[in-house]
Design a protein around this ligand. Structure first.
Ligand code: NAD
Length: 735
């Protein structure tokens, strides 16, 4: 057989296979070389130094090979292409001097650029995830073929780490897909599906995924290479893509203005990388590829190792650490497959819907038949929600209906692998419920409570198997909030914790295991912050000033608005529980009590600190309330003292976090940081509460606390803070 001008007999004999640790170069078809990546150190391909060096050597070996018409780059890891750069290597080089960082960027560009200057056609064959450095390698190839595997995604997530692509991604992408598409991809960090990539011209062919994906890709690539060789189209593109981008000044200005507005809306000005990427993309559009590469490397340097880059890397490592935590290594057979939910209200519905969506069979129970019927409807509606339809998908409703059982008799739930109660917040009623379920439960059934305030140890008293009880504290709304606190009561067994945590993972949530105690972890730390906002109101600081200060710090919403979203009655109840537990630190304030007395319960009844209405799209809109303004002013005793409001709000949270660690609620500061980022939206660009404290310095924090100590015990440095300040130690290394 002869394909093009390449005789088959001699080709593979002359061109022997070279198999190295992470890469193999072989010659599967006449004229076609294939570079296969099979990272020996990771489950997916990630670009670490060794792998890049091997790619370099393999390309070098092909440099003078005139037999080769084309090179296809494939992954030797089925179902994933390249998952980006090795972030552990990244983190290890954060303190390198600027010239080293620039050199690393230049080296990466130069390595990948060989794919656009070779004597043969280069094609990336992408099945599965292709992000970061992987996407950069792909865009330097002449052509890209993708599979229709839903996992095939191409993207540049660098902005999520406070960076932009530094190996030529900002240079090649706009030249291939146009500046507007590249701006969207690179500044948002969002992945494009195979279909979207194909539509925008990022991919040149789309082939079936699945078991035969590798064959489909190879055949399509071979056809493409021979057709490119005869048409010469790839040479025309190489020439075109090395030039400036043809775009009128007014179009550039329009694109810049709209993109800046969108980025500002998304980042609230806290994340500089998307703006830096935009500026680079716009500036470099008018220069040739050499100059654009140089600009990319130079402008990459100030982002790398910046405080925000370090914080966002920390968040990545926190998540990575969490993936390996409790329940992560449980055998599939030990993972709960069926769920009983008691209480078909707000939380029960949310937990049932997320579980159903994730393939878990659910039995929903409520002691009030109308609540059960309404709950069943709401669960199906939410579980079958289709983003494109913006409503439930009826086929999905039909598919899920038989997987959702209902009963008014919660004793029937003992057959389930795991039961979560989300009923009324009343110790006696919850205890009775567990006592009714336990006698009918399987030996392996785990009993969980979603309580916000009741100690798990108390709920387990009187049971025959208190070791099988734990807290499984979801946050509202369940579908959105990634955190689940798994609470260990005094008698909870490790097997129970592992099964509950594995269940949370099955739902796509991040479980953080905490020991029993008032407010567990997240509510215990949130309360001082919320309480301080109410104290500040009492000192005459306005709602707007308090909420703005919190948002300027980076919180997603201010603490006063958060009161309304959580519900003022809920805040009042939680506040009382915490006040009982920590009476020396929680300051009683009259305002929330007063508002609840006036039937102002928050967003849920349209009246709280703010007045709330829904717009045409069903989104909540808030308005300041004059009535509340008067009420607050009447209750306030204005203070003449001026404080930094972010210190006033955040330092009591930090003091409480150190006390929670001293009390053994969690051991590691990393658990606090992840829980607060996932549970209350603590700003990721600060890397977590303790990561932020490390950046400020324990010594400085103790000094700040000294200045505020007369306000009360909530500003008194804990032993842990004093120890760290004295030895100038970081929380992260000593955590
Ligand atoms: P909810 O009032 O919306 O729903 C409670 C449901 O439980 C009602 O449908 C009620 O009929 C049912 N119920 C009451 N007693 C029952 C019993 N003995 N047997 C069976 N069903 C019974 O309450 P919610 O907001 O969903 O809260 C439920 C639990 O979750 C509480 O413990 C609460 O502290 C906790 N929680 C709530 C939130 C939140 O934001 N709403 C967040 C985290 C945790």
């Amino acid at each position: 057989m002869v394909v093009g001008n390449y005789p088959s007999e001699s080709f593979s004999e002359v061109n022997a296979m070279t198999a190295n640790r992470h890469t193999t170069l072989d010659f599967p078809l006449p004229g076609i070389a294939r570079l296969s990546l099979h990272d020996a150190d990771h489950s997916v391909n990630v670009f670490a130094r060794e792998l890049l060096q091997e790619i370099d050597a393999q390309l070098e070996s092909l440099a003078n090979n005139t037999d080769v018409a084309g090179l296809v780059i494939v992954s030797g890891k089925p179902g994933s292409f390249i998952a980006g750069a090795d972030l552990t290597e990244f983190a290890a080089s954060l303190d390198e001097p600027p010239q080293v960082i620039e050199r690393v960027s230049r080296d990466g560009q130069n390595l990948f650029r060989r794919l656009s200057t070779s004597s043969y056609v280069t094609v990336a064959c992408i099945d599965g995830i292709c992000v970061g450095g992987g996407a950069e390698l792909a865009v330097w190839c002449d052509r890209r073929i993708v599979t229709d595997n839903p996992k095939t995604q191409i993207g540049f997530p660098e902005v999520k780490l406070g960076l932009f692509p530094g190996w030529g991604g900002t240079v090649r992408t706009p030249r291939i897909v146009g500046l507007a598409n590249a701006v969207e991809m690179i500044t948002s960090g969002a992945n494009s599906s195979a279909n979207d990539a194909y539509k925008m011209g990022l991919a040149d062919d789309l082939v079936p995924g699945g078991a035969a994906a590798a064959d489909h890709l190879l055949q399509a690539a071979a056809r493409m290479i021979h057709s490119e060789r005869s048409s010469g189209a790839y040479l025309t593109d190489r020439q075109r893509w090395s030039q400036p981008i043809d775009m009128a000044d007014n179009e550039l200005a329009f694109l810049g203005a709209t993109a800046v507005a969108m980025i500002q809306q998304e980042t609230k000005g806290h994340y500089p990388a998307p703006v830096a990427a935009l500026e680079l993309l716009l500036e470099a559009s008018s220069v040739d590829v050499d100059t654009a590469c140089k600009m990319e490397s130079e402008q990459f340097v100030p982002l790398f190792g910046s405080p925000i880059n370090r914080s966002l890397l920390n968040v990545f490592f926190l998540q990575d650490r969490n993936k390996k935590g409790a329940g992560s290594d449980l055998d599939a057979a030990d993972q709960p497959a069926s769920l009983g939910v008691v209480g078909a209200g707000t939380m029960g519905q949310g937990i049932a819907a997320v579980s159903l969506r994730r393939g878990v069979e659910v039995v929903l129970s409520d002691n009030r038949a109308p609540a059960l019927a309404a709950g069943e409807q709401a669960v199906l509606k939410e579980a079958a929600f289709d983003r494109e339809l913006k409503g439930p998908n009826l086929d999905k409703v039909l598919e899920l209906t038989p997987r959702l059982g209902i009963t008014t008799d919660s004793e029937e739930l003992g057959e389930c692998d795991l039961v979560v109660e989300a009923i009324i917040e009343d110790v006696g009623v919850k205890q009775q419920l567990f006592q009714a379920i336990e006698p009918n439960a399987k030996a392996s059934t785990v009993l969980c409570s979603n309580t916000s305030t009741i100690p798990i140890t108390t709920l387990a008293t009187g049971l025959e198997h208190p070791d099988r009880v734990c807290g499984l504290h979801f946050f509202n709304p369940v579908r959105k909030m990634p955190l689940v606190e798994v609470i260990r009561g005094k008698q909870t067994s490790q097997a129970t914790i592992d099964r509950a945590a594995a269940f949370a993972r099955q739902l796509g949530k991040s479980p953080v295991v905490v020991n029993d105690g008032p407010g567990f972890l997240v509510n215990r730390l949130l309360l001082p912050y919320m309480n301080e906002a109410a104290v500040l109101l009492g000192e005459g600081v306005t709602i707007k000033t308090i909420d703005s200060a919190a948002k300027a710090f980076g919180m997603p919403m201010g603490p006063i608005e958060l009161h309304d979203v959580v519900g003022l009655d809920v805040c009042l109840h939680a506040g009382k529980v915490m006040q009982q537990a920590f009476s020396d630190r929680v300051v009683p304030t009259p305002i929330v009590d007063k508002l609840v007395g006036e039937e102002r319960l928050g967003q849920k009844n349209g009246r709280g600190f703010f007045d709330w209405t829904k717009d045409k799209k069903g989104r909540w809109k808030k308005q300041p309330s004059e009535e509340v303004g008067r009420l607050v002013a009447n209750l306030a005793t204005p203070s003449q003292e001026k404080h930094d409001l972010s210190d006033r709000l955040m330092l009591p949270m930090l003091v409480e976090a150190t006390l929670a660690i001293e009390d053994g609620i969690v051991e590691d500061v990393r658990d606090v940081d992840l829980a607060l980022i996932m549970g209350i939206g603590f700003p990721p660009f600060l890397g977590g509460l303790f990561h932020w404290a490390d950046a400020v310095g324990a010594g400085v924090i103790v000094e700040k606390l000294k200045g505020l100590k007369r306000l009360g015990k909530r500003y008194e440095p804990s032993e842990m803070l004093l120890r760290h300040a004295k030895s100038d130690a970081r929380f992260y290394t000593s955590g």
